[in-house]
Design a protein around this ligand. Structure first.
Ligand code: DQA
Length: 144
């Protein structure tokens, strides 16, 4: 059975109350529960983790090697700053889908640059919390 890690970065623990006009009103626990439910329907084991700390996200990516078949990563603001996350993704050679709830390309200019985009399979953004199901489908399709 494939197993995916759904990894969320800084400030995503505040989903539901954080700028609902931008990120929607669904909480992170609702999103994580839905990922697990959807994974069960698709025959995938899903584990979820959130951290506000860059090093913990790096550690989680390292630990995923040998444990998970792939990672769905919403790196939050670290997307736009973190060479460390990019290097971690390159180092583990696991398929990673980059995910954003909002359409980062339609927002401030600094959000248009993703440091991780070049080392992931692809990017899903702008579909709100529905993007997580899209990412599960995309990762599953990639592995088939
Ligand atoms: C985000 C987009 C980022 O620019 C932002 O810093 C976030 C959330 C998204 O899901 O839309 O924290 O990754």
């Amino acid at each position: 059975m494939p197993s995916f890690l759904v990894l969320n970065g800084p400030n995503l623990n505040l989903l539901g109350t954080r700028q609902p006009d931008v990120y929607g009103s669904t909480t992170l626990s609702d999103i994580e529960a839905d990922c697990v439910t959807y994974g069960t329907e698709k025959g995938i084991s899903i584990s979820c983790l959130q951290s506000n700390h860059e090093g913990e996200l790096v550690d989680a990516i390292h630990a995923a090697k040998g444990t998970f078949s792939g990672i769905i990563l919403n790196a939050g603001a670290y997307t736009h700053t973190s060479i460390a996350l990019r290097d971690a993704i390159s180092s583990v050679e696991l398929p990673v889908i980059e995910l954003h709830l909002s359409n980062i390309h339609a927002r401030e200019e600094f959000r248009h640059t993703s440091y991780i985009a070049a080392v992931v399979i692809g990017q899903i953004c702008g579909f709100g919390s529905a993007g997580y199901r899209l990412a599960i489908d995309a990762l599953l399709g990639h592995l088939k």
